[in-house]
Design a protein around this ligand. Sequence first.
Ligand SMILES: Nc1ncnc2c1ncn2[C@@H]1O[C@H](COP(=O)(O)OP(=O)(O)OP(=O)(O)O)[C@@H](O)[C@H]1O
Ligand SMILES: [Mg+2]
Length: 347
Amino acid sequence: MTVVRLEKLRKVFDNRVAAVDDVDLVVNHGEIVAVLGPSGCGKTTLLRLVAGLEEPTSGRIFFDDRDVTWLPTQERNTAMVPQTWALWPHMTVFENVAYGLRVRKKKLKLTEEEIKRRVMETLELVDLVGLEERKPFQLSGGQQQRVALARALVVQPEVLLLDEPLANLDAKLRVELREEVRKIAKRLSITTIYVTHDQEEAMAVADRIAVMNAGRLQQVGKPEEIYHKPANFFVATFVGRSNVLRGRVVEAKGEAAAVDVGFPIAAQTPHRLAPGEEVDVVVRPEDIFIGGGGVKCVVEDVVFLGRYYQTTLRCSGKVLKAEGPRPPAQPGEEVAAEIARAWAFKP
Ligand SMILES: Nc1ncnc2c1ncn2[C@@H]1O[C@H](COP(=O)(O)OP(=O)(O)OP(=O)(O)O)[C@@H](O)[C@H]1O
Ligand SMILES: [Mg+2]
């Protein structure tokens, strides 16, 4: 039963900008939180701080009520699957998985028999029984990834740290394995931090998502909250597909704003806006309904993308991408579009 709590956690490398900047985050017992953000935003550094592989510049880390900020990594009972998961090439699958137990053998007073039992149980969990005598080069990428996961799980960590664990796999395998990782973490009730730059993976794996940019957490919430109530422009455009339109506030009242982007749009906003102010309006393609009335647009192009048709519209000089289950019209035709939802953010 471990709750991970990060308080004002900060890491500055070489007196430059902070790689991790005042991060406050709670990961509840058995919860999976995905840290989602672009390359270089500080995801790996954050995990390494939690694992004790990096010392923070300031801030604190708690596991339940224990302050582990300055505890060495081997005393933390975390397990990390690193971004480039190097297995020991000369060891069999069994020995790769047993490695973490052998290191702790004395401390945990493990017999050879117990090691064998725990390794085999873990291999069963990740569906690798039968392959224990193989070497890593005799495994597929997905199987190697399962070994890396087994190696982390075998030590029965309080906290599981996964750093883009599926990044090296093809798309289909990624989808399969992310479901398995979620299932296993849930079955074992391990408190898990799962780093990814893939928003769909974050949504599929996690109970909550922490969106990160430039060292700072931008928003923490359930996938639905992140998607339907983005806290700022970064979250609105990083998660999901979006159209961005520059416009000017006509009228604002609380969370509602009327914005002129060349045509009128009713938007929600987290900011206090004043008439005349410039804003960036974000509209998701699936929130544009063609034939719904409202804005007059010309269809420029329609393409089929499998799950939906993407229509490029030109509306009062602005280009908008819309998505829908059917092709709405032919290129060149004039249509009316309804924008069901939009957000306005200060630039
Ligand atoms: N040991 C280090 N010394 C100096 N700078 C570092 C060190 N490790 C990371 N950084 C810098 O800190 C920032 C965050 O790096 P980090 O590896 O945490 O990003 P990331 O979000 O994991 O990126 P990616 O998605 O590419 O793995 C980057 O600007 C990086 O160059
Ligand atoms: Mg990284």
